[in-house]
Design a protein around this ligand. Structure first.
Ligand SMILES: [Zn+2]
Ligand SMILES: [Zn+2]
Length: 128
């Protein structure tokens, strides 16, 4: 197998991963903005209030842990501060909440990440 082909393949793979990440970030930004318009900026667990600079600590939790379930009325969303959000998820031991895939860490996000499920299939396909 010439090196050139290998290089091209891994380059392609990198691009695919990049695309999925971008798409994911775009989607996340979309529903976070919508959720922030719908709900008061208060953590639903600890009641902390957020504004301005610390607003980034307020995150959108999906009640059914499915990132793809984003009804426009916000019925699947809950605003949680990062601490409560962390807590919420450690109770369920899934990884819906994360800053994104950890490099090399391969801690598989829950199957709710449809985008990544698709990527898996795609990568498998390319394997020798
Ligand atoms: Zn909180
Ligand atoms: Zn969550």
């Amino acid at each position: 197998m010439p090196d050139k082909a290998n290089e091209e393949r891994s380059e392609k793979r990198k691009q695919t991963i990049e695309e999925v990440r971008r798409e994911q970030a775009r989607r996340e930004k979309g529903y976070r903005e919508r959720a922030l318009k719908l709900f008061p900026w208060v953590c639903a667990r600890c009641g902390r209030e957020f504004s301005g600079k610390n607003l980034r600590l307020l995150t959108v939790h999906h009640k059914d842990h499915n990132h793809d379930n984003n009804p426009p009325d916000g019925s699947n969303w809950e605003l949680l501060c990062v601490y409560c959000h962390d807590n919420e998820h450690s109770r369920y031991l899934d990884a819906e909440w994360s800053d994104g895939p950890t490099p090399g860490g391969e801690k598989k996000p829950a199957s709710t990440y449809k985008a990544f499920a698709g990527l898996d299939a795609l990568l498998k396909d390319k394997k020798e």
